[in-house]
Ligand binder design. Sequence first.
Ligand SMILES: Nc1ncnc2c1ncn2[C@@H]1O[C@H](COP(=O)(O)OP(=O)(O)OP(=O)(O)O)[C@@H](O)[C@H]1O
Length: 255
Amino acid sequence: MSLSDFMLEVQQLSVQYQGVQALTDISFRLASGSVIGLIGPNGAGKSTLLKAMLDLVPTSKGLVFFNGRTLKQQRQQVAYLPQRSQIDWDYPITVWNVVMMARTTHTGWFRSPSRQSKEIVREALERVEMYDLRDRQISQLSGGQQQRVFLARAIAQQADLLLLDEPLNAIDKKTESLVLRIYAELKAEGKTLLVSCHEWGDALHNYDELLLLNGQLIAQGSPTDVMTMDNIQRAYGAYLERRWQIDQREAAFFC
Ligand SMILES: Nc1ncnc2c1ncn2[C@@H]1O[C@H](COP(=O)(O)OP(=O)(O)OP(=O)(O)O)[C@@H](O)[C@H]1O
């Protein structure tokens, strides 16, 4: 693969939160038209990586290039679906208006949406099978329906790169199939999807490539190449050991 086949390049990205080193020197490249799973134990830095790429958290080091220019210069070309816990689900807004928010970067906040934007929003809602519920408040949806609305918002932005933080969280198997079908369609359209996930085993074969993280990038490659015993031990071993130490400390405290 030549350098021009890569649409995204992350160089030595590092993040520190009040003394906690969350990410150290993360570097990778992603090809266009691919679905990449971002995996690792709780606290591995998956959400932090997605946010750092978008400048939503301060980075102590690193650069992110997108089609040869900095990501900051092309923010409109990146759609972001935050983790469930980051969204205020009680905010009074309808399904339709959540998805229409994706179009404000195109039309501006104070202009009425164009006919084209309305068509794009309708299509995105139909794609996630939520058009019939377009007038509902988001607070009145199930967890899986809420996730689908935010996925529709990411689709409606018509960005080339989609950063999705645990989109399969809180959804049932039927909806999961729908979401996976949408990934395949977006990939066929040439989009690149970087998806933080907690899947395991066969489910990982839904991704063309994996990035295995634990504060550092442990491995990148096909699911078979990445999920070796050695890599799993390196990514999850330290986590299990840390969890075990915390359990021991808590046990000693309560004795
Ligand atoms: N706002 C914050 N302030 C301080 N520390 C933070 C903050 N956000 C995350 N962290 C810490 O940074 C590290 C990475 O957290 P992050 O949420 O990115 O991990 P994750 O892999 O997405 O985890 P999970 O799978 O549980 O969602 C953790 O040690 C976490 O406690």
